[in-house]
Design a protein around this ligand. Structure first.
Ligand code: SF4
Length: 331
């Protein structure tokens, strides 16, 4: 078995899950969470058992109650609706998503047309789009490039969702630039370090793998991208599973080498279960394929940190290496 590293929890997911756990400890049940805090079934189910209440929108949260915004971010309209209902908010938006929001606002303020490469309907895209709806149009991929219309081809910039396939995004950008040669690049990469690192590691092992298994939920953009990237990089086949129970032994029958990775919202315990299952199926010889070392860590949302401090609680967070996914499995 070839085990991709880095895999699993990124710094933004780690922080968002930690924020809900700390909020539950500090304020008690219930803590409302708008949308899935991160796109992983197991994480959502575990936090639900601990007292988190997941809602689709803030109008389901009782007036004056506390609500956490998910790692994918929210639009200003959602923030305004929460404020109008006196909700106490904890914003667990990943700082790397916030960075894209700020880029969108900055370019909109200088009257650029913004081409946001991303998936329509994804929460992150809805949030970013909502920062400047009059200036942003969503481009779902290379197939939509022909339909793009801009007001001034001299003032066009592209931004992107953080969890896309790097290669497909670059293909979209190439086609957009053929149409709009003055197209500006984002000031820095919008596809985040974690998405990129997980794609690089699965790419490295895929040519040697008859089958690649990706642990991650169906609505997790970066997990679904890992399946596509594995196939493009030469894996014989690739399958996504939420848990070890979904692994069909027929997928690995006759395979000599199996690759394994997980999306950025997946706790390591789920990968461990798949390693055990693959061991039972004859793939007990595990070789790590490491392509990067990650040590990024984000501090908790500011107002939560302040409340923890006032209550005499710890606000410093342990380094990820020692706790990958441990917290959500403890309860
Ligand atoms: S995948 Fe990237 S942008 Fe999304 S939460 Fe993780 S670090 Fe942040």
């Amino acid at each position: 078995m070839l085990l991709a590293t880095p895999r699993g929890y990124c710094a933004g997911v780690d922080r968002a899950v930690d924020a809900v756990e700390k909020a539950l400890e500090l304020y008690g049940e219930p803590v409302y969470v708008r949308k899935e805090i991160v796109h992983n079934k197991f994480v959502v189910e575990t936090l639900t058992r601990r007292g988190a209440v997941f809602v689709e929108d803030t109008d389901e949260v009782p007036e004056g109650a506390r609500v956490v915004f998910s790692a994918h971010g929210v639009s200003p309209a959602v923030q305004a609706r929460a404020a109008a209902r006196n909700l106490a908010t904890i914003d667990a938006t990943c700082p790397l998503v916030t960075k894209v929001h700020k880029e969108a606002v900055r370019f909109a303020n200088t009257d650029y047309d913004i081409l946001l490469i991303g998936h329509d309907g994804h929460e992150e895209v809805e949030g970013t789009h909502g920062e400047a709806p009059d200036h942003i149009q969503v481009v779902n991929g290379p197939h939509e490039v022909d339909q793009v219309q801009v007001r001034d081809p001299e003032r066009v910039v592209w931004l992107s969702q953080t969890t896309l396939s790097v290669d497909e995004t670059m293909e979209t950008v190439k086609l957009l630039r053929e149409r709009f040669p003055k197209l500006q690049d984002p000031p820095s990469d919008d596809i985040c370090y974690a998405t990129q690192n997980r794609q690089v590691s699965v790419k490295a092992l895929s040519p040697d793998a008859d089958v690649v298994i990706v642990v991650g939920s169906a609505n997790s953009s970066n997990s679904v991208r890992l399946v596509e990237v594995a196939l493009e990089a030469g894996a014989g086949a690739a399958h996504r599973v939420d848990t070890a129970a979904e692994l069909d032994p027929a997928w690995v029958e006759g395979a000599a080498t199996v690759g394994l990775t997980s999306g950025a919202s997946v706790p390591e315990i789920l990968v461990r279960d798949v390693i055990t299952r693959l061991g039972e199926l004859g793939f007990g010889d595990v070789e790590e394929v490491r392509t990067a070392t990650e040590d990024i860590m984000f501090s908790l949302p500011k107002n939560l940190r302040a409340d923890l401090k006032s209550a005499g609680e710890q606000t410093a967070r342990p380094r990820r290496g020692g706790r990958r996914g441990v917290d959500v499995t403890a309860g």
